[in-house]
Design a protein around this ligand. Structure first.
Ligand SMILES: *Cc1c(COP(=O)(O)O)cnc(C)c1O
Length: 471
């Protein structure tokens, strides 16, 4: 048997040893970064030497040089943005993916990657309660899932009007309008810009007190112009409060006007796997396309997103490519027909391993556990003196505010106090939360997405916040 060179083996051993050390240190180390920008540049931004160095030495030095510049995102006390952890099977499969070095572009480059991807796609449609006939793509994240789905939408809406967008582009095409609630995520706007729609195609409409797009507002805009090609973006879990638009009400309205309905379910789509939460996504299967992430709630390593399209022909027509030097499969699935990238990582392996490690029950348990911890964190922190609950979590997202206790304190003072408390929590290294402006007020976001968060960590974090605000 061919042996790896000692150098190769030592580099892999060093990576494994240091990875385990990192994961084991997370309970004792700061969740926020402790190294300054200048320190990191001083260590890392050096002239590239003429001579190379032994692989193991490079790995050991890299580990030293990044220290203090990594966030504790892999651990259970990180609640910033919406960032998932990594399940053991998914991380291990991801390491193997690098060792295997498959180009998951098409079946001919890696038959196994093609079949694993096909499997992941069909499991996900089943778990997320999407139509079994929908097509799918494994992409780098929810933003690229938006791009994938909107490319299909653009194709379908314009083909109906006799316009071949793949051949002619958008110059001179009938203008497409996009309608959404005010709560849309910034990544959607970027997808829109990348596809040549332009930001001004998007018209945002008001929401109710629960953050849901108002049906009356949608109807009235659609009625004003019944012929414009239209995409309606609906939210399955918005970034601040995890709000779900009412799919059973809104999708039939959009369909009545022949609009394409796209759903941003970056994390919220996963409510479908929980018997307790799946009522939130009732009716979602009637949409035309759906975007979600693997690297958030499924706890798959970056980068991992999933796009689904109800009309496989529209999806394939918008992305498929045929070149004379390629060997196209006739029976098998060539991924290049469905995703925006050409050569790409076999990111299917990690998603496959995550789903198998959890099983259906484990996945439902992960989702429900995160929601329970988010609820606990928001309610317990919100009950501390000088704090208040701004949004009680329905799923895994909630908001807390910190109040300036001085007599006559204004809303601006409370905003300042909220940002100050967030900064001071980060300084303790005990927990990581982000801030947001929600309905005109600053708030601390609490987002729980990591399988490693447990009751003990929740208690520890509440203690740390209590300590910060009592000083
Ligand atoms: C994170 C997020 C996105 C963007 O997803 P990426 O994986 O970062 O591309 C889109 N929508 C919502 C609601 C999100 O939370």
């Amino acid at each position: 048997m061919e042996k790896l060179s000692p150098e190769f083996r030592q580099a892999l051993d060093a990576a494994c040893k240091n990875a385990i050390a990192h994961l084991e240190s997370l309970d004792q180390t700061s969740v926020s970064a402790t190294a300054e920008l200048e320190t990191l540049r001083g260590r890392l931004l050096k002239p590239l030497a003429r001579e190379g160095a032994p692989p193991q030495q490079i790995i050991e030095q890299l580990v030293d040089d990044v220290s203090g510049g990594l966030l504790g995102t892999a651990g259970g006390r990180f609640f910033g943005w919406v960032i998932g952890g990594v399940l053991p099977a998914a991380m291990a499969a991801d390491w193997l993916t690098s060792a295997w070095q498959q180009n998951a572009a098409m079946y001919a480059c890696s038959p196994a990657a093609s079949v694993v991807e096909e499997t992941v796609g069909s499991w996900l449609k089943d778990l997320l309660q999407l139509p079994p006939t929908a097509s799918f793509a494994l992409v780098s994240g929810c933003q690229m899932a938006h791009v994938t789905c909107l490319a299909a939408a653009r194709h379908a809406l314009l083909a109906k009007r006799g316009w071949d967008v793949e051949a002619l582009g958008l110059f001179g095409a009938p203008p497409i309008r996009i309608l959404s609630s005010s709560e849309l995520h910034g990544s959607f706007e970027r997808a829109v810009r990348l596809l040549g729609f332009g930001r001004e195609c998007v018209r945002t409409l008001p929401v109710d007190d629960d953050g849901r797009l108002l049906a009356t507002a949608l109807t009235s805009v659609l009625e004003k112009d019944t012929s414009a090609p239209t995409i309606v973006l609906l939210q399955a879990g918005d970034i601040n409060i995890g709000a779900y638009d009412s799919f059973p009400t809104l999708i039939p309205i959009a369909k009545r006007f022949n609009a394409w309905v796209h759903v941003d379910g970056a994390f919220g789509l996963w409510a479908a796997v929980s018997p307790r939460l799946q009522h939130l996504v009732t009716g979602i299967e009637l949409a035309d396309s759906w975007a979600t992430d693997g690297h958030k709630w499924l706890n798959v390593p970056f980068d991992s997103g999933f796009a689904f399209v109800a009309d496989p022909e529209a999806h394939r027509s918008s992305l498929s490519i045929r070149a004379s030097y390629l060997t196209h499969a006739t029976e098998a699935r060539d991924q290049v027909d469905w995703n925006p990238e050409w050569s790409r990582r076999g990111r299917c392996f990690a998603a496959y391993a995550a789903l198998r490690q959890l099983g259906r029950d484990g996945l439902a348990d992960l989702i429900e556990r995160c929601c329970r911890h988010a609820h606990e964190l928001v309610m317990r922190i919100g009950a501390l003196p000088g704090a208040e609950v701004a949004w009680e979590p329905v799923i895994n997202q909630g908001l807390v505010r910190f109040l300036d206790q001085r007599a006559g304190a204004t809303a601006a003072d409370h905003d300042r106090r909220t940002d100050e408390v967030i900064a001071r929590i980060l300084e303790t290294g005990e927990a990581f939360f982000g801030g947001t402006t929600w309905r005109g007020r600053r708030a601390m976001r609490v987002s729980v997405c990591n399988w490693r968060t447990d009751d003990a960590q929740v208690a520890r974090v509440v203690r740390a916040v209590k300590e910060v605000i009592s000083n």
